[in-house]
Design a protein around this ligand. Structure first.
Ligand code: PLP
Length: 405
């Protein structure tokens, strides 16, 4: 018997791995010191915990520990990267290139930059969610200082060609920043091989605690500088002031280490479960896959259930299965996902889409239950739907405004 509700929203957040919690616990009580206290063992112990975590985090992404700055999460890291570069490189230019399927933490930061007098180009994506590299290169101008393109999309999981993007950026002497929050810990991310200059990621998307993240800032070839956005005691090499969240950072370190050691095996297992779920759901009549099947995160699947009202579907399954429509940050509103719309879906199909996120602790029984329960719910909703009846009767659907996928 499966335990309900089933959690299939691992792209919104992940549970803390018990091994991570275990590593964190002593840092709340015994080793509670301020990592910046230089004159007693309480401070030294805390600092030791932080510095060990820094090596663990760096190792996951092929970086040097000195290149890691701890933040309160990926939102802060995104803000620090974009605003920090904009300020630091103001004498070089004011133009930033990004993509319209980025997370709000990047898009809204770019909007802010525009208010400050910056210029932002928002690239579009194809129906699979991929950018066009020629369009990217054509958008570069002498004033361009930064390309901000995410590693993996949080709604459909599509992986952008980061290696090619960094090659283009460097050919033009432009910095490349990537929001790797969904990718780090889930697929092999390597700042040396992939070539990004700045990279944001977060602990709570990789079985670590909430409220802690990191920004990678390259120290050579080229040496990247960013202007601090938080003034104060000069922690984190002056780039992020504020007393360090020692237990959180220790947890992030441990989470990174587990991801690094288990990645090959976990990637296969999660992908197999995701594929089983996806194939099961796509067997339902009039369901469509959203995104790019070839290059994407192992755990995510975004599926449109045509002729089903999105909210009703969500309501129908939400008691037993936790999933997401649109991104978690915008799902409070009834607006359909801007990411799916950017992929070319019409309002209706975007509204009828759900994101499934399989994770480390998902079981095969849970997947079986989910397929069955969703199949039944979709059938029930369609039975009561006049649009479905029309479809079934072979009505002329062109007269009804459905987006073609
Ligand atoms: C979750 C997420 C964020 C925000 O991360 P927080 O640590 O919750 O601030 C940013 N970007 C992407 C792609 C995400 O998935």
């Amino acid at each position: 018997m499966v335990k309900l509700p089933i959690y299939l929203d691992n792209n919104a957040t992940t549970p803390v791995d018990p091994r991570v919690l275990e590593a964190m616990m002593p840092y709340f009580t015994e080793h509670f010191g301020n990592a910046a206290s230089r004159h007693h063992p309480f401070g030294w112990e805390a600092e030791e915990g932080v510095e060990y975590a820094r090596t663990q985090v760096a190792k996951l992404i092929g970086a040097d520990p000195k290149e890691i700055i701890f933040t309160s999460g990926a939102t802060e890291a995104d803000n620090l990267a974009i605003k920090g570069v904009f300020e630091m490189y103001a004498s070089k230019g004011n133009h930033i290139i990004t993509v319209n399927t980025e997370h709000k933490a990047v898009l809204d930061t770019c909007k802010h930059i525009e208010k400050l007098g910056g210029e932002v180009t928002y690239l579009t994506v194809n129906h699979e969610g991929l950018i066009d590299l020629r369009e990217l290169e054509a958008a570069i101008k002498p004033e361009t200082i930064l390309i901000a393109i995410m590693y993996a999309n949080n709604e459909v999981g599509v992986l952008q060609p980061v290696k090619e993007i960094s090659a283009i950026a460097h050919r033009h002497g432009v910095l490349f920043f990537t929001d790797a929050t969904q990718a780090a810990g889930r697929v092999p991310v390597d700042v040396t091989k992939d070539g990004m200059d700045i990279m944001a990621f977060s602990a709570h998307k990789m079985y670590g605690p909430k409220g802690v993240g990191a920004l990678y800032v390259r120290r050579k070839n080229p040496r990247v500088k960013i202007t601090a956005q938080m003034d104060g005691g000069g922690h984190e090499r002056g780039m992020r002031s504020g007393t360090l969240n020692v237990p959180g950072i220790v947890g992030m370190g441990q989470a990174c280490e587990i991801c690094r050691l288990d990645m090959t095996e976990e990637l296969k297992r999660v992908k197999a479960l995701r594929d089983k779920l996806e194939n099961g759901l796509l067997e339902i009549e009039e369901t469509y896959f959203n995104g790019y099947k070839e290059e994407r995160l192992p755990g995510v699947s975004n599926i449109a259930f045509r002729y089903v009202e999105g909210d009703a579907l969500m309501m129908g399954i939400t008691k037993s299965i936790a999933v997401s429509s649109g991104s978690a940050c915008t799902s409070a509103s009834i607006e359909p996902s801007y990411v799916l719309k950017a992929l070319g879906l019409g309002d209706d199909l975007a509204h009828s889409s759900l994101r499934f996120g399989v994770g480390r602790f998902t079981t095969g029984e849970e997947i079986d239950y989910a397929i069955e329960h969703i199949r039944e719910t979709v059938a029930k909703l369609r039975e009561a739907s006049p649009v479905w009846e029309m479809f079934k009767e072979g009505a002329e659907m062109n007269s009804v405004e459905w987006a073609h996928h």
